[in-house]
Design a protein around this ligand. Structure first.
Ligand code: ES4
Ligand code: ZN
Length: 349
């Protein structure tokens, strides 16, 4: 790997912002800012149980994953038309481009929308058009990952997959999200096997609040290529070895973990420990509108709180490209730009 040159500590935040990166763990419904929730509610003649944007934002006081999910699903209920999905994704992509995100693989939760009568093609077509336009107009590469809600049944996941089949060329993979505890990966073994046969990439949330056993079964039963979160892996030495040896990426989300109290403080986050153990960790925003920051905020805050270095920064950005489902040609271009950015920061020392 490229030998990372010494970079003065006071230039590290600027470097974190400037470096090209991939975002691999972003729930598009979690990018809906309160302002856009109100705009869409007005446009769709819906009344929200909050009088103002400020009142809605002040309801964002979570203490764990479930307390967050309850309000996150309520926020997503203002999305009804293809243009709503387009506008949401477009706003995220414009914001991500500002953070020098070169590539993103966006999660979406179709069951949240189909549950209240929105057709899956409305969801996928709106999101996909936003990705296409962003590539042309913002120079950002964006693809879609369909997530199954694990608190719902296997049958519901199969039904969702069936509905998505005519649009399968518009997604690159599938994931598994929502309430983790009590909903182990095994519940979706058959759905993931079918997705694998369809040639889709596979990821799953595991080890956010759930135990290392859920990470093992995501790997060995679902056969996923990346683990979303995965921070609980540190409690299982054999699992740490497996993740390092197989270069299984973890899409870590520091501000999410702080807000949902996975760690008592950001300073207690184990990102540095994961990197030290040789794991392919990455930094991501999860649900930026709810957790107090986009990807660069996640980088700058976790670096400031835990004392990570320029070398760690390079590794995290490099890991994000390597762990992506983009082509090798695209990866080489982004990795070259990454190296150039680091070299630029030494020269101006
Ligand atoms: C999520 Cl932080 C988190 N965990 C699990 N599922 C999710 N869906 C949206 N954000
Ligand atoms: Zn997530």
């Amino acid at each position: 790997m490229f030998k990372v040159p010494p970079i003065p500590a006071d230039r590290l935040p600027a470097l974190l912002r400037a470096m090209p990166k991939a975002e691999l763990h972003i729930h598009i419904e979690g990018s809906l800012e309160p302002e856009l929730i109100f705009t869409l509610a007005r446009r769709n003649d819906l009344t929200l149980p909050y009088a103002s944007v400020d009142e809605l934002r002040s309801a964002y006081a979570f203490t764990n994953l479930q307390s967050f999910l309850d309000i996150y699903y309520a926020g997503a209920s203002v999305l009804l038309h293809e243009q709503d999905f387009y506008d949401m994704a477009r706003a995220y992509l414009a914001r991500a481009a500002m953070d020098n995100v070169a590539h993103t693989e966006i999660f979406f939760d179709p069951q949240t929308h189909t549950a209240h009568g929105v057709a899956i093609e409305t969801v996928i077509n709106g999101l996909h058009r936003a990705c296409e336009d962003a590539r042309a107009e913002l120079g950002i590469s964006a693809t879609l990952i369909l997530c199954f809600l694990r608190h719902l049944s296997e049958a519901s996941a199969f039904e969702t997959l069936e509905q998505a089949l005519p649009l399968i060329d518009k997604i690159v993979g599938v994931g598994l999200d929502s309430s983790e505890l009590g909903h182990p990966p095994e519940k979706f073994a058959r759905v993931f096997a079918r997705c694998r046969d369809l040639g889709l990439h596979l990821v799953a949330h595991a080890g956010e609040e759930g135990p290392p056993a859920y990470i093992w079964s995501a790997l060995d039963v679902l056969k996923v290529e990346r683990i979303d979160h995965g921070v609980q892996a540190v409690h299982d030495a054999a699992l740490m070895k497996r993740l390092a040896q197989d270069r299984i990426a973890l899409t870590v989300c520091p501000l999410s973990n702080q807000k949902l109290r996975v760690f008592p403080n950001l300073a207690d986050h184990n990102l540095g420990r994961l990197l030290e153990a040789g794991l392919a960790a990455t930094v991501n925003s999860d649900d930026p509108a709810y957790f107090g920051g986009y990807i660069n905020d996640n980088f700058t805050q976790v670096f400031a709180a835990t004392g990570l270095t320029a070398r760690n920064a390079y590794q995290l950005a490099f890991n994000s490209f390597e762990a992506s489902f983009a082509s090798n040609a695209d990866k080489r271009v982004w990795e070259h730009r990454l190296k150039e950015t680091f070299e630029r920061f030494v020269e101006y020392d």
